[in-house]
Design a protein around this ligand. Sequence first.
Ligand code: UTP
Length: 223
Amino acid sequence: MRAVVSVGGSVLAPDVDPARVETYAAALDRVVAAGHDVGVVVGGGPTARTYIDAARALDATEVELDRLGIAVTQLNARLLRTALDAPSVTPEDYERAVAAMDAGRVPVMGGVAPGQTTDAVAAALAEDARADRLVFATSVDGVYDADPTTDATAERFDELTPAELVEVVAPMSRSAGASAPVDLLAAKLVERAGLRALVVDGTDPETVARAVVDDECDGTAVR
Ligand code: UTP
């Protein structure tokens, strides 16, 4: 089985805690040791937001803010790799990432280009690698019809078609450092490629590992 996991920076390194990174790496290592091909894309989390907010106050362009965000995602990718036992690489493009998977290594990517988030990177990698599924490990346990952190009436979708996912995500704002359960471009790539996607609570690496291996979803399943 082949899967790509989008690990939000806010779940991997909210506070850059080595113990949390180690736990994540151990869960991924177990999946790889069981014989599965895994590609990982890591987000920037609060560290990226800190840099983006500072540079925005300094009047940087949105594209420059994106570059800062990308740099932090790559920093987090390298941090995760330090804790992984499986052989890994940080490729800067999809072709090299797929080649790494084909060669039995784990690509751990960050961002690649301004104007998107690492969710979109993960969706593109999942399609290019012909992954069986794409797991979004986020700070919320699925896709909601409103922001569950601020709206107590928000309801979770257990299942969505890819077209419905696009519809739900589309109205959400898209500026550097913005937070949505799944990036709009990622949703569109999921729709275009007909990918199987699972949006799960990424704060528990075991939940993520189960989604990767067993297609099990206590979150939102997209197909
Ligand atoms: P993230 O993927 O971390 O975005 O990229 P996020 O929405 O903040 O997700 P969480 O909180 O980690 O789950 C951080 C920022 O890096 C830039 C964007 O500005 C994004 O908001 N970025 C990332 C890009 O411009 N291109 C990429 O390919 C990836």
